[in-house]
Design a protein around this ligand. Structure first.
Ligand SMILES: [Fe+2]
Ligand SMILES: [Fe+2]
Length: 279
């Protein structure tokens, strides 16, 4: 670890819901702004360029101050806002993602992956595709590809790819999360967590051995988890990770949120667009 940050500010810019009493707009998807005090990272872009612009204007975001962009995976609810990011960020801003980002992906046999071609992204960004953990700015890392997926994945039965003319389950190789180092410990930010929340946390624990995970925020894709899977998640969070603070949103699902709330009480909070988390 090169540097740990005293005060990290994480803003949920786009989410399925908006903070009541604010002008933030909501739509199924997610985008985060991470401000470490010395650098700013945009993690995902939400589904819609105009929505991202609208919500960014509400926090007076100076797009020129964004040092790096990270994409959690290809799905359009995370990458649909990219045209706004291309329009407003500095040329050659680093954009980090997994090399499998540009594979054709389908939901219910309709395309649901990247709408923008690789060459269009490469014309604006410094495109950095890597399946290994990468430190994108001081103290902010990608997890890299989630391997050794021993626990259940955040899978949808509708998510498929075509290989040699056959329809196969999407392996979600492109799915990654972000880790932020603070003095108090690690913050995990998720996009959709298709690779599985517990698989993702396990990999982070291996990568950042000796550092405690103090908070987990974002889409955990527990909506399709059955009761046994939810019990496994609760048990692992409690016994394996010391009950980190939880800010689940996006694809977490109401049933899962209720189960986590029952288990963790005040340690869990909703995280709609407009929420600012400080650590
Ligand atoms: Fe997704
Ligand atoms: Fe999603």
């Amino acid at each position: 670890m090169k540097e740990k940050h005293d005060l990290v500010k994480i803003t949920c810019l786009v989410e399925n819901e908006a903070l009541p009493g604010t002008s933030f707009k909501a739509k199924h998807g997610i985008a985060w702004l991470i401000d470490t005090g010395s650098a700013r990272v945009l993690f995902d872009t939400g589904p819609d360029p105009s929505l991202l612009e609208h919500n960014a204007a509400l926090i007076d975001l100076d797009w020129a101050t964004i040092d790096a962009v990270v994409l959690s995976h290809a799905h359009l609810d995370h990458t649909g806002g990219l045209p706004a990011v291309i329009a407003h960020t500095r040329p050659s801003t680093p954009l980090h993602a997994h090399p499998d980002l540009f594979r054709e992906r389908y939901s219910k046999r309709a395309r649901c992956g990247m709408k923008i071609e690789q060459k269009v992204l490469a014309a604006h960004f410094d495109l950095r595709l890597d399946d290994q953990p990468v430190e994108v700015v001081d103290g902010v890392w990608t997890t890299g590809e989630i391997v050794n997926r021993k626990s259940f994945e955040g899978r949808s039965m509708w998510h498929e790819v075509q290989i040699d003319g056959k329809w196969l389950p999407d392996p979600y190789r492109d799915d990654l999360s972000v880790v932020v180092e603070t003095e108090a410990g690690l913050i995990v930010l998720c996009g959709c967590c298709h690779a599985g929340l517990l698989n993702t946390l396990s990999q982070i624990s291996r990568t950042f051995a000796d550092y405690e995970i103090i908070a987990v925020a974002g889409g955990t894709h527990l909506g399709s988890a059955d009761a046994a899977m939810l019990a496994e998640a609760v048990d692992a969070l409690r016994t394996g990770y010391g009950q980190p603070r939880l800010y689940p949103n996006h694809c977490t699902g109401q049933k899962a949120f209720a189960a986590l709330s029952e288990a963790f009480g005040e340690k869990i909070q909703p995280c709609p667009a407009g929420t600012v988390l400080t650590f």
